[in-house]
Structures are given as C-alpha cells and as structure tokens.
Design a protein around this ligand. Structure first.
Ligand code: HEC
Ligand code: HEC
Length: 269
C-alpha cells in the first residue's frame, strides 16, 4: 500500500464505522419507547419512581442490573411475587425473613400505604420492560427459580404431563418454584409442596375447608386457580383472609398447563 492508499483506507473505514455506529444508536433510541412501553407510565408509576428514590432502594437493590448488590435484583419482582405479597412484605419485611436464617435483612422503611401501592405500580411497570435478557444473571430473590432467557423455557423431552408440569413449575412465568420448594419443610413465600397429596388430604378433612373439591386432584386444581378458598395455616401466607399467592393463574395459564401442573404435584410423594 502507498501512503495515499493507507490514508484513504483509514478515512473510508473510519467513516463507514461512524455511520454504522450512528445508525445503530438512532435505531436503539427509536426503540426505547416501545421496549419500555412508555405509554403505560401513569402518574402513579411516576410517584412510585419518587418513592424508589426517596427511600434509596437502589442503595441495596438493582433494577435492570443498575444499583447495589446487597439485595436481590427487583427487575421482575412484580411478576414473581404479585401485588398481594409485595404489599404485606413492604409493610413489614421482618415478618418474612429472619436475620439468623437469611443472614441479611431488609429494614422496615415505614412506607405509607399510598407509597407502597405507588412503588408496586412502579415495579409493575419495570417488570414489563422488554429488557432482552438483561441483566444476564440477576441476583435472585431467595429461593427463586433460575431466570429463563427471553422466549426460552426448559422443554420437556416428552409429552408426559408430569414432565411437562415439572418444567412449567420451574419456569418463570409462572414462577411456582420461586415461591414453593418441593423439599420437605422448606418455606419460601409459600409452603413446601413435598407430600402434596398428604397436604391435600389434611386440608379436605379440615373443618375450615370451604371449597368444592371432593378429591385430592380437584383440591390441587382449586388451590392453583382460586388460592383464597382455603388458606394453608401459616403466619405469612395470607392477609385479611386473602392468600398471598397470585390469584390469576386461572387466566394466565391454559387448561392444559394447569392439568400438567396438577399431574406433577400429584406425583410428589
Ligand atoms: C438496607 C438495604 C435495603 C434497602 C434500603 C431496601 N431493601 Fe429491599 N431487600 C433487602 C434485602 C437484604 C432483601 C432480601 C431479603 C432476603 O432475601 O433474605 C430485600 C428484599 C426485597 C424484596 C423481595 C422480597 C421477596 O420476598 O422476594 C422487595 C420487593 C424489596 N426488597 C423492595 C424494596 C423497596 C421497594 C425498597 C425501597 C422502598 C427497598 N427494598 C429497600 C434490603 C434492602
Ligand atoms: C408469590 C408467591 C407464590 C407463587 C408465585 C405461587 N404460590 Fe402457591 N402458594 C403461595 C402461598 C403463600 C400459599 C399458601 C396460602 C394458600 O393456601 O393459598 C400457596 C399455596 C399453594 C398450594 C396449596 C398448598 C396446600 O398445602 O394446600 C398449592 C397447590 C400451590 N400453592 C401451587 C402453586 C403453583 C402450581 C404455582 C405456580 C403456578 C404457585 N403455587 C405459585 C404462594 C405462591
């Protein structure tokens, strides 16, 4: 190459890459509004953003990987836990965790009821941001299922309902395994579902049971679709007579998915 060719090569390729860079930047900026669903930023979401900053949640938590690494990433927390649980948790986190067991604690911050519902609205909006799998490895909430990359779920290599149910149980959404362990006596947000059959039989015999199920299978189905009909006794499982388990699985899951989950839970001994 002559000097002139080298110079030309330098200017042309630098120019080319500057153009590509600018093009990609403009393209990304254009997509921000739709990826973040900016049309769903209501006044309450904004108020929740203020609450988030007022109480310095970011000093302990991350959102989209930004923040401090003391406490779990909360990008998808609204989907993993649901509003009923989050409301109770934010009122008094110490009810849900013990320092001895968890080795770290979330302080009781004294949020007002309004601030709690605002910050939940904010976290709900954040959970709907299409973050394209970012951050790749968020710090998990205690016991939470490993996050699945966007659009990927563990695929059971069979059509066996038990295997499909297990794969779904471990997927997020619906995030069952983020709240339920299948190891005996391990309580996460909800009770352990080891011995599911036995648990169901006990519930069916309980004088407090007011549901419609006559057998174990029907009981499990009812627990998934309508969790508040019978509430498992436990100090942190319910508030005001309502289960802290999300109550919309009847709508967000198909009948087939619910059947698979029931088949899987029936198989636990
Ligand atoms: C001093 C640090 C600290 C601050 C400040 C803090 N948190 Fe936490 N938070 C924690 C820790 C630690 C945990 C995890 C408890 C565990 O898993 O053992 C946690 C857990 C959570 C959880 C998950 C509960 C669960 O069971 O999955 C939510 C939701 C949450 N915090 C919301 C907030 C919000 C909203 C704020 C601000 C209003 C906030 N936190 C401020 C330390 C903090
Ligand atoms: C946000 C946490 C949370 C998530 C997510 C969750 N659960 Fe629960 N679940 C609970 C709590 C709390 C209870 C206890 C209160 C009650 O009886 O509803 C419970 C109770 C149950 C029971 C009744 C157990 C018994 O002994 O009678 C079953 C069955 C169950 N869940 C299945 C599931 C399945 C399947 C999924 C996923 C589709 C799921 N849960 C997702 C919190 C959760």
């Amino acid at each position: 190459m002559t000097k002139r060719q080298t110079r030309l090569f330098f200017f042309i390729s630098t120019g080319l890459f500057v153009l590509v860079f600018l093009g990609l930047t403009v393209d990304t900026t254009k997509q921000v509004a739709s990826l973040t669903h900016s049309d769903t930023i209501t006044p309450q979401v904004k108020a929740g953003d203020h609450v988030w900053h007022k109480y310095n949640c970011i000093n302990c938590h991350t959102l989209l990987g930004e923040g401090a690494y003391y406490a779990p990433d909360l990008t998808k927390i609204a989907k993993q836990r649901g509003a009923a649980y989050l409301t109770q948790f934010l009122k008094d986190p110490s009810r849900f965790y013990s320092e001895e067991r968890d080795r770290r604690l979330m302080p009781t911050l004294g949020l007002s009821n309004q601030e709690i519902s605002d910050v939940i609205a904010f976290l709900g909006w954040v959970s709907n941001i299409d973050n394209q799998g970012w951050p790749p490895r968020p710090i998990l909430v205690s016991g939470s299922a490993a996050p699945q990359p966007v659009g990927e779920r563990p695929v059971a290599a069979s059509t066996d309902p038990v295997a499909l149910g297990e794969a779904l149980f471990r997927s997020s959404p619906p995030g069952c395994s983020g709240c339920h362990s299948i190891a005996p006596d391990v309580r996460i947000v909800g009770p352990s579902l080891a011995n599911m059959k036995q648990l169901a039989e006990e519930a069916l015999k309980s004088p407090k049971y007011g549901g419609e199920a006559k057998d174990v299978e029907a009981y499990i189905r009812e627990s998934i679709v309508n969790p508040s009909i019978y509430i498992v006794p436990g100090p942190t499982y319910s508030a005001g007579g309502m289960s802290l388990m999300p109550d919309d699985f009847g709508k967000t899951l198909t009948d087939k998915q619910i059947n698979d989950l029931v088949a899987y839970l029936m198989s636990l001994e």
